[in-house]
Design a protein around this ligand. Structure first.
Ligand SMILES: Nc1ncnc2c1ncn2[C@@H]1O[C@H](COP(=O)(O)OP(=O)(O)O)[C@@H](O)[C@H]1O
Ligand SMILES: O=C(O)C1=C[C@@H](OP(=O)(O)O)[C@@H](O)[C@H](O)C1
Ligand SMILES: [Mg+2]
Length: 171
């Protein structure tokens, strides 16, 4: 059970990394660290506003800095969906002793979950086709870093938490 104190969640935006990470941390009696929330706290600014002001490139640099700080901490680390875009981030995730769990969700389900969302800057910039294209581009990158993959489309966050615990205890 000790290994469960450290775990990283990756997946596309809307996959449930923030929601599942919070529930998992409560269940495992440990902390959740959500990279986006850490970035917002550090900046005193929302991701959406920072993104608009400085652009994606600078956001990615800051994201890497925060990932480096937290990758080996004993906590449930919820990442942002774009964490796998940078080669250095994938290296950090692969080198970390924490198991990496890929929350895999089909694009149609993600679009349904995010239909009223205003907080994700990339969503604003994309139509349906661009969303699917980005999903397809990122899919092998999540697979590259993942130790475990959970298909989330048909599961509630509570069921995903149980599934993660089951799969990691089985290993
Ligand atoms: N397994 C799930 N089933 C249905 N809705 C979900 C599930 N996981 C998360 N959601 C919902 O989808 C939205 C995005 O969840 P969030 O945890 O912010 O995703 P992420 O951090 O991966 O972008 C929220 O409205 C959340 O309530
Ligand atoms: O997919 C992405 O590139 C992003 C996902 C967001 O996090 P969530 O995956 O928690 O939505 C956030 O980091 C930022 O808006 C960029
Ligand atoms: Mg999130």
């Amino acid at each position: 059970m000790d290994q469960m104190r450290q775990l990283v969640l990756v997946g596309f935006m809307g996959a449930g990394k923030t929601t599942v990470g919070a529930q998992l941390a409560t269940k495992m009696n440990t902390y959740q660290r959500d990279l986006d929330q850490l970035i917002e706290q550090r900046l005193g600014e929302t991701i959406a506003s920072y993104f608009d002001r400085v652009g994606e490139h600078q956001f990615r640099q800051f994201e890497t800095q925060i990932l480096q700080e937290y990758a080996d901490q004993s906590a449930i680390l919820s990442t942002g969906g774009g964490i796998v875009m940078q080669t250095i981030n994938r290296q950090i995730l692969k080198q970390s002793s924490a198991p990496v769990v890929y929350l895999r969700t089909q694009p149609e389900e993600l679009l349904h979950r995010l239909k009223d969302d205003l907080d994700r800057p990339l969503l604003k910039q994309m139509d349906h086709a661009a969303f699917i294209k980005l999903w397809q581009y990122r899919e092998p990158l999540y697979q590259e870093v993942a130790d475990v993959t959970i298909e989330t489309d048909q599961l509630t966050p509570t069921q995903i938490v149980s599934e993660i615990i089951n799969q990691l205890e089985m290993r």
